[in-house]
Ligand binder design. Structure first.
Ligand code: MOS
Length: 759
C-alpha cells in the first residue's frame, strides 16, 4: 500500500460542480414518482379528522361509486395482513393504521383508495364517511392527559443524562447566575418533492420507487412488514427533492401501498398531498428547556444544568436528547442534565436537520448570551474563557476543536469590533440594529459502508454505492475521492447510488455520508492500487523492481518518486486483464465485529461523537445583524457570517452550499417556521405552504460562509467531519441575541414574532 495520496492545499477539495447539477436545475432528474411505469393505478389515503378515539363505522360505498375506482381497503380488509412497523428499525412509527379501529392521531390513515386515475382516487378518498367515537385528545405540553416519562427509562436509543461534579452546590455558590426557560415549536418538513410510493410487483419480487435516505434499512424493514425475504425487495431512490431527515424513516404508507398493489394486481403510485404530509410524515417536535448556569465574576462557568422536554406520540418513545452535546460544549465546572418525553395524542415525530442540536443548542446559546450580559462581558470573550480542548463529562480530549478560530475569523469578517455593546445603541434611521453570535456544533460520526469499483484499462471507473444523493453532493464527492486516489479525471468516473441493489451504505442521516462513503472509496481504491503496483513492480517495464509502497497514481499513469512512470493501460496489460474490480467493506475504528453484517441487515452502527477515546465534533461560529423597524417591529436579517471547521473539506462548493442552506434554515427557525396546533382538537392548523412560513429570496441577503482549515485524521480515514447539519445549529440563538441587543427584549420562545416585539 502506498502513502496517502497528496492532499490539496489547506485540506480543501476542488469546488467541482455537482455531477447531477444540470439535471436537477433543468428538472430532468427523475424523482421516484416520475418513474415511468406501465399500467399504473393510483392510490390516495383517506385520513382521520379526529386525533383520538375509535372508528364506529366506515362507509366506503360512496367511494366505490366514483367512476374508475378499483378497490378500497380499510381495516376490514387489511387487519392482520402486515407485520406491525418496528419503531427504531427504519420505521418512523410503530402505529399500524388499517390494522385497527383505534385512532391515535389526527390524520391517521383509515382507508386506501385505488383508482385508474389520480383524480378519481382523490375524489373517492374524500367521499368516504367515517362515524367516530371521539375522545378528548391531549395536544401538547400542559394538556390534560399527557404522560411525562424520563427519556432514559422510556428509550433504548437515549444513552444517558450526562452529569459531572456537584451542580447544586456549585450553582448555589455562584456569584452570577442565569435561570431561564426556553422553547422551540413544532416544525414540519416541506420538501418541494412531495412524498410518494410507487410499488411494482414482478411475480413475488417487489420494487418500490420512493424517496429515501436509507434504501437498505427500508428494504429490510419493508420485507419484514410484508413477510417476505429481504432479497425479494428493492428500493429505488436515485434523485431526491429535499430530505433533511424527512425521508430517513419509512412510514406505514410504504407497506400498505405495496400490499394494495399486490391485491389489485397492478402497480400502484401514491403521491401524498402537502396537507396529508403534515400528519402522515414525521416532524420536529416542540421542545422546552430549563437552563441554570452559574459563573464566577471573571466569567468562568462553574455550574451548568440543562433539562429538556420533548413531545412524542403515545406509543413511540421518540427522543432527540441534545444534552449529550450541550453538556460537553464548554468547560463547565459541573454539569447536570435530564431529558424527559411527553406523550401526547400525536403522530410520532422524527428527524429534522440536526435533530438534537437545533433545539438544545438554541437554549444553551441563548443562556450563554444572557450570562455574558449578566457578566458585562463580550459574548465572544465569554466563550473564549470557557473554551476547552477536553470535554467536561468524561474528561476526554476533542479529536480537534477549532471553535475559537472560527469565532476569530467570523468576527473579523463580520466587523464585530464595530459593535457598540450597549443595548439599543445602534440605529440606522427607522431601524434598530442588533448584532449577536452563537456557537454551531455537530457530532462527527462515521458508519460502515461498502462500495464496488470497476476500473477499466482505459481509465474509466464505475463506482457503485447504495448511499443517497439527498442534496449534499455525495455522488460528486465520492467521484472526487476516487479521482484523487486513482489519478483519473472526473469525467471518466460514473457513480451509481440510491438503489438497495447496490452495495449497502448507511442511512444518509447524522451527517455521516461523506465520511463513510469516502472511507469506503479509499479502501477500495487502495486495494486496486495495491494490485496494480504489485503487478508493475514484478512485470517487465519501466517500474520493474520498484517498491510498491513508493508508487502512486497520477494522470492515468502509475508513477514512482524518481519520476519513472508507466501508463495505467500498460499496467493492465502486465496484469493480463481489462478490468480490475474491488468490493470494499469499510468499518470504522472501534466498530463491533458485526458492524458490516449489520449494515447488510439494514442497521447503521455509528461511531464518533461522544463515543471513543477522543470525542469528535465539528464546530462553527455564526454572527448575525438584525434590523428591527422602530414602528412595525418587523425583523430583518441583512447580514450573516458563519465560519466552520469540519476537518477535510472534500468539495468547497458543496460544503459552502450545505452550510449556507443550514444558516438559511436557521433564519427560518428563528423568524418564520412554526406548525400551529389546535389545543382542543390536537390538529395541525397551518398545513400548507401558504400558512407555514419559510423564507424566500428577499428574506436572505448577505450571507457569508468561511471554511476554516482543519486537519483531523482521528475522525476517519478520509479526515472528513460531516457538515450537512452543522450550519443551522446556533443561527436562531445568534438571531435571538441580536434581537436582544437591538431592543433589550429577550425572546426565549421561537419563533421570534413581530407581535412579541410590539408588546
Ligand atoms: Mo438528518 S435530520 O440526520 O437527515
Amino acid at each position: 500500500m502506498s502513502d496517502a495520496a497528496p492532499r490539496p492545499k489547506e485540506n480543501m477539495g476542488e469546488p467541482f460542480p455537482r455531477i447531477d447539477a444540470r439535471l436537477k436545475v433543468t428538472g430532468q432528474a427523475p424523482y421516484p414518482a416520475d418513474a415511468p411505469i406501465a399500467n399504473l393505478a393510483y392510490g390516495t389515503f383517506a385520513v382521520s379528522s379526529i386525533a383520538r378515539g375509535k372508528i364506529n363505522a366506515i362507509d366506503i360505498e360512496p367511494a366505490k361509486a366514483v367512476p374508475g375506482v378499483l378497490a378500497v381497503f380499510t381495516h376490514r380488509e387489511m387487519a392482520g395482513q402486515l407485520e406491525h412497523p418496528k419503531f427504531g428499525n427504519a420505521a418512523a412509527s410503530s402505529i399500524a393504521p388499517l390494522d385497527t379501529t383505534d385512532i391515535l392521531h389526527d390524520g391517521q390513515p383509515l382507508a386506501l383508495v385505488i383508482a385508474e386515475t389520480f383524480e378519481a382516487s382523490q375524489e373517492a378518498a374524500q367521499a368516504i364517511r367515517v362515524d367516530y367515537a371521539t375522545e378528548q385528545p391531549s395536544a401538547t405540553f400542559d394538556a390534560q392527559g399527557t404522560e411525562i416519562v424520563a427519556a432514559k427509562e422510556a428509550s433504548e436509543q437515549f444513552e444517558e443524562d450526562v452529569a459531572a461534579g456537584d451542580f447544586e452546590t456549585a450553582f448555589a455558590a455562584a456569584p452570577v447566575t442565569v435561570d431561564q426557560r426556553y422553547s422551540t415549536p413544532t416544525q414540519h418538513h416541506n420538501p418541494i418533492e412531495l412524498f410518494s410510493t410507487t410499488a411494482v410487483w414482478d411475480g413475488d419480487g417487489l420494487t418500490v420507487h420512493e424517496p429515501s435516505q436509507n434504501v437498505t434499512g427500508w428494504k429490510v424493514e419493508l420485507a419484514r412488514q410484508l413477510r417476505m425475504e429481504p432479497e425479494k425487495v428493492r428500493i429505488v431512490s436515485r434523485y431526491i427533492g429535499g430530505a433533511f431527515g424527512s425521508k430517513g424513516p419509512m412510514t406505514s404508507r410504504t407497506a400498505i401501498v405495496a400490499w394494495a398493489a399486490k391485491n389489485v394486481g397492478q402497480p400502484v403510485r401514491c403521491v401524498v398531498s402537502r396537507e396529508q404530509s403534515y400528519m402522515t410524515q414525521t416532524y420536529r417536535a416542540e421542545t422546552r428547556h430549563h437552563i441554570r448556569m452559574g459563573a464566577d465574576r471573571d466569567g468562568r462557568i462553574t455550574a451548568f444544568a440543562h433539562e429538556g422536554w420533548e413531545v412524542t406520540s403515545r406509543p413511540d418513545p421518540y427522543v432527540v436528547g441534545g444534552t449529550s452535546t450541550t453538556g460537553r460544549m464548554y468547560d463547565y465546572g459541573s454539569v447536570l442534565t435530564k431529558v424527559s418525553i411527553v406523550k401526547a395524542d400525536r403522530n410520532t415525530p422524527g428527524y429534522m436537520r440536526s435533530p438534537p442540536e437545533t433545539p438544545y443548542v438554541y437554549a444553551l446559546e441563548n443562556a450563554m448570551d444572557e450570562m455574558a450580559v449578566a457578566l458585562n462581558m463580550d459574548p465572544v470573550e465569554f466563550r473564549r474563557v470557557n473554551d476547552t480542548q477536553v470535554e467536561p463529562i468524561g474528561k476526554k480530549p476533542f479529536s480537534s476543536r477549532s471553535l475559537m478560530t472560527c469565532y476569530d475569523q467570523a468576527a473579523e469578517a463580520f466587523g464585530w469590533k464595530e459593535r457598540n455593546a450597549a443595548v439599543g445603541s445602534m440605529r440606522d434611521g427607522d431601524w434598530l440594529i442588533g448584532m449577536g453570535c452563537a456557537t454551531a456544533i455537530y457530532p462527527t460520526n462515521v458508519a460502515p459502508c461498502t462500495v464496488r469499483l470497476r476500473l477499466n484499462a482505459d481509465g474509466g471507473l464505475r463506482l457503485q454505492c447504495g448511499s443517497h444523493e439527498i442534496g449534499t453532493g455525495v455522488r460528486t464527492i465520492a467521484a472526487q475521492m476516487a479521482s484523487e486516489r486513482l489519478g483519473i479525471p472526473m469525467d471518466k468516473i460514473e457513480v451509481e447510488m440510491g438503489d438497495s441493489s447496490l452495495p449497502p451504505a448507511p442511512v444518509s442521516g447524522g451527517s455521516v455520508s461523506t465520511a463513510s462513503v469516502c472511507s469506503a472509496v479509499i479502501k477500495g481504491c487502495d486495494s486496486i492500487r495495491g494490485k496494480l503496483f504489485g503487478a508493475v513492480a514484478s512485470a517487465d517495464g519501466p517500474l520493474k523492481g520498484a517498491e510498491p509502497a513508493t508508487l502512486d497514481m497520477k494522470d492515468g499513469a502509475v508513477t514512482a518518486r524518481d519520476g519513472r512512470s508507466m501508463p495505467m493501460k500498460d499496467a493492465f496489460v502486465a496484469m493480463k486483464t481489462g478490468v480490475i474490480e474491488d468490493y470494499a467493506e469499510f468499518a470504522p475504528d472501534g466498530a463491533t465485529p458485526e458492524a458490516v453484517s449489520k449494515l447488510y441487515g439494514g442497521q447503521s452502527e455509528m461511531k464518533g461523537g461522544e463515543k471513543g477515546e477522543k470525542v469528535k465534533y465539528a464546530f462553527g461560529a455564526e454572527f448575525v445583524e438584525v434590523r428591527i423597524n422602530t414602528r412595525t417591529r418587523e425583523v430583518r436579517v441583512p447580514r450573516i457570517v458563519g465560519a466552520f471547521a469540519a476537518g477535510r473539506i472534500m468539495n468547497t462548493r458543496t460544503a459552502r452550499s450545505q452550510l449556507m442552506g443550514g444558516m438559511i434554515w436557521g433564519i427560518s427557525s428563528a423568524l418564520h417556521e412554526v406548525t400551529e396546533i389546535d389545543p382542543r382538537a390536537a390538529r395541525y392548523v397551518n398545513r400548507d405552504l401558504q400558512d407555514y412560513l419559510v423564507p424566500v429570496n428577499a428574506d436572505i441577503r448577505d450571507l457569508q460562509v468561511i471554511l476554516v482549515p482543519e486537519v483531523d485524521m482521528d475522525v476517519n480515514p478520509a479526515g472528513v467531519k460531516g457538515l450537512g447539519e452543522l450550519g443551522n445549529v446556533g443561527t436562531a440563538a445568534a438571531i435571538a441575541s441580536a434581537v436582544y441587543h437591538a431592543t433589550g427584549k429577550r425572546i426565549r420562545d421561537l419563533p421570534i414574532r413581530l407581535e412579541t416585539l410590539l408588546t
